[in-house]
Write a protein that binds this ligand. Structure first.
Ligand SMILES: [Zn+2]
Ligand SMILES: [Zn+2]
Length: 174
């Protein structure tokens, strides 16, 4: 959604609150699409903090389905998004250090979709595990070891040794 903020930029002390539906069905992150299974509305509060300056506070919570890093089973991950930005009108001297990051502002207009999706990406978890003690997938047979022990020998040797072993095996196949 594109919001024109001229009224807030120009009225001293003005506070404007809006609530907006977050309607994206999934989050695209690092080349993958993760389905959004639950979400709150986006709440945005704009406060005029001087001529041509707005303090923007926003909040959203959502639940995204992300595969476990070890066993690839879907995990519902709650993500809390909360942010504060200072917006500056185009004709004002920029007092904020954020200027270059504000790709969501164009003149007096705020692109809320760009803003929100940026904020979600910042809050995406680096690592997702279905549980702390997830045993993961057997690298030998692919069995999910949380469900069943496959009994494979999964001793992982020094990677340099593994490379030598690969060469050895490749030679043997010839
Ligand atoms: Zn897992
Ligand atoms: Zn196995």
């Amino acid at each position: 959604m594109i919001m024109n903020l001229t009224d807030v930029f120009t009225s001293e002390g003005k506070v404007k609150k809006i609530s907006q539906t977050y309607d994206a069905g999934n989050v695209s992150y690092m080349g993958e699409n993760y389905p959004v299974v639950d979400k709150s509305d986006v709440s945005l509060t704009f406060t005029n903090i001087g001529t041509g300056r707005i303090l923007l506070e926003g909040e959203l919570s959502l639940t995204v389905e992300i595969p476990c890093d070890r066993c690839l089973q879907s995990v519902e991950v709650p993500i809390g998004v909360s942010f504060v930005h200072e917006l500056t009108a185009p004709n004002e001297e920029n007092v904020s250090e954020e200027e270059e990051e504000q790709c969501f502002m164009s003149g007096y207009e705020l692109d809320t979709d760009t803003l929100i999706s940026n904020e979600i990406l910042i809050n995406m978890p680096v690592k997702v595990l279905c549980r702390e003690e997830c045993k993961g997938i057997c690298p030998v047979c692919g069995q999910n070891r949380n469900e069943k022990e496959c009994g494979c020998d999964t001793f992982v040797p020094d990677p340099r040794m593994a490379a030598i072993k690969d060469i050895f095996n490749a030679n043997k196949e010839v």
